[in-house]
Design a protein around this ligand. Structure first.
Ligand code: SF4
Length: 313
């Protein structure tokens, strides 16, 4: 069957990150993950303690190599891993762990500029929260973005405030929308993270989250399944009072339907995540990323659907 999706040069029926990067940089592009050892306002008591209940003590940066070493050592170690896979590839420096703008403007500058100005770095990806991007930081980052691409990765997970409260997110959907509004007239690129299978969420709620953020002026989305990692608050809650988790088939069904409501221009940076096998306590099917991604492709072909189909007149 011919692929009806226009932003694709392979069998994918959604706008892949690889497709975007190939068009722009004509090369394989990877992210070099870093842990700058910041904290989060919902960890240190500013708006909560303990962090999001699914988050590990490493602030969702568990894949960073040499994560307790200085940033330049981390960068070299992680770049080496990437270069072993893709010797000709080029990289973005990815400030992944914790909330990377939860600091003073001066600290932010000191942290990111050594990497931003590296000759071999194409740009930056900065993971942060909607309540930690003050106007002065946006203005500063936007100035840098005139020179190289800068992606702001905003964790949201769900548009529902009751879910945010349930997972101790520490901010509301309105705070997220306010942040997107303040970013929208800049050259900063916005990538939003969504998580499927959070407690008390139905499939319809997950689909509505995707549909709703798809109407905002954002550039990319990352979707993944809830990771239940050992020693997290949510894993402990689950072990005491198990709540339903999506099966692989249900996850694929939700993702395909979420994609149908996301405009074609929105880049899909990921549709499944990288758990840490040794720490995961459930949903082991997600460890085989290739199978999950292939099954999403097959399901889209079977339904003869593609990203944005439900938005067509
Ligand atoms: S905001 Fe991010 S790093 Fe902070 S607790 Fe939540 S998931 Fe973890």
């Amino acid at each position: 069957m011919k692929n009806p999706f226009i932003y694709s040069n392979d069998n994918k029926r959604y706008h892949t990150w690889n497709y975007y990067l190939k068009q722009k940089y004509h090369s394989k592009v990877f992210k070099v993950p870093l842990n700058a050892n910041f904290s989060c306002p919902n960890r240190d008591g500013t708006c909560g303690v303990g962090g999001c209940t699914f988050c590990t003590s490493l602030g969702s940066g568990d894949q960073v190599q040499e994560m307790f070493e200085p940033l330049d050592i981390q960068y070299d170690a992680n770049l080496k891993v990437m270069k072993n896979k893709w010797p000709q590839g080029k990289g973005f420096a990815y400030f992944q762990a914790y909330t990377n703008t939860y600091c003073s403007l001066e600290t932010l500058k000191e942290t990111i500029e050594p990497f931003f100005y590296k000759e071999d770095v194409l740009g930056l990806c900065i993971a942060t929260r909607a309540d930690c991007l003050e106007d002065e930081k946006i203005e500063y980052l936007n100035k840098l973005a005139q020179e190289k691409e800068i992606w702001i990765e905003l964790g949201l997970q769900s548009i529902y405030d009751e879910t945010a409260a349930r997972i101790n997110r520490g901010h509301t959907y309105a705070t997220f929308v306010d942040c997107v509004e303040r970013l929208k007239n800049t050259d900063l690129k916005i990538c939003v993270h969504l998580m499927n299978s959070l407690p008390n969420e139905t499939k319809d709620m997950m689909i509505t989250s995707a549909k709703t953020i798809g109407q905002l002026p954002i550039h990319a989305v990352k979707i993944h399944m809830l990771y239940l990692m050992e020693n997290t608050v949510l894993a402990k809650e689950y072990l005491e009072h198990p709540f339903p988790l999506l099966s692989k088939e249900d996850y694929i069904d939700v993702v395909v339907r979420q994609l149908e409501y996301l405009p074609k221009e929105i880049i899909i940076q990921r549709l499944t995540g990288d758990g840490v096998k040794e720490q995961q306590i459930e949903s082991f099917w997600m460890l085989n990323k290739t199978v999950v991604l292939n099954d999403i492709d097959k399901e889209m072909v079977k339904r003869n659907t593609y990203q944005g189909r439900m938005l067509e007149k």
